[in-house]
Design a protein around this ligand. Structure first.
Ligand SMILES: Nc1ncnc2c1ncn2[C@@H]1O[C@H](COP(=O)(O)OP(=O)(O)OP(=O)(O)O)[C@@H](O)[C@H]1O
Length: 234
């Protein structure tokens, strides 16, 4: 079987603390993997490694057979990454922010206008990022991650701060991107969102993958309840 994303025995130890025990996963084109599990389970640690912003202690990650540790530039050109927090570039306007990130990937002005519309920030296009609300910043980070139409979209708690309207828009956009062949991997505590878009749900606990569930999308409400039960055990 041809997998686009292959994570092989990745682990991460910070000084003496093992945040992630060896973990492997694979995703095909158009497949969506959701990482879930309680606080401190190791989700962000794993996503940081897949996004190439943290080096694993052991193991390899490949996208399209490109090994991050061997060809960083080519690897990164295949991904879009949405972090869980807004760290920098607070003085740029919404348009400038997207143009800045888009410039690394030759994103056209037309695509940037399209993304601003998708994330509902047309009226805020000339507003500085620091003046946006939490949910608007979150939408902007999402826009930044999708603007180059990456093969693999990696997101850390993407729906944090979004109101129900924008959560629905997010779900619809992810469904559309999956249809177009984008491979998606993200972490979340929102089990209803997970049941709507996740093909494979990985439940993590104390740095270990403890359960994998497959979603057949036949009954999202029941599947949401099943996923919530996983949390009750922790
Ligand atoms: N830079 C670091 N140095 C030391 N320990 C770290 C570092 N980053 C993360 N950890 C530890 O690794 C473990 C996993 O953290 P991680 O952020 O991956 O969890 P998470 O599943 O994303 O949690 P949450 O749901 O709260 O966001 C935690 O015990 C955390 O304290």
């Amino acid at each position: 079987m041809n997998f686009l994303l292959v994570v092989d025995e990745i682990s991460k130890t910070f000084k003496k603390k093992t945040a992630l025990f060896p973990i492997s996963l694979q995703a095909k084109e158009g497949e969506c993997i959701v990482l879930t599990g309680g606080n401190g389970a190791g989700k962000s640690t794993l996503l940081h490694i897949i996004a190439g912003i943290s080096v694993p202690s052991t193991g390899t990650v490949k996208i399209n057979s490109i090994d991050f540790l061997k060809d960083r530039k080519k690897y990164v050109s295949n991904i879009g990454y949405m972090p869980d927090e807004f760290y920098a570039q607070q003085n740029l306007t919404v348009s400038e922010f997207l143009r800045f990130y888009g410039s690394f990937r030759k994103v056209t002005d037309e695509r940037i206008r399209e993304v601003i519309k998708l994330i509902g920030l047309e009226e805020k296009r000339n507003e500085e990022v620091k003046h946006l609300s939490k949910g608007m910043r979150q939408r902007l980070l999402f826009g930044q991650a999708i603007c180059a139409k990456p093969a693999v979209l990696i997101m850390d708690e993407p729906t944090n701060g979004l109101d129900p309207y924008w959560i629905n828009v997010f779900v619809d956009l992810i469904k559309q991107m999956k249809k177009n062949g984008t491979t998606v991997i993200f972490s979340t505590h929102m089990m209803d969102v997970t049941a709507e878009v996740g093909d494979k749900i990985l439940f993590m606990e104390n740095g270990k993958l403890v359960q994998t569930l497959r979603n057949d999308f036949s009954d999202p409400a029941s599947f949401t309840v099943q996923l919530l039960k996983l949390y009750r055990k922790t």
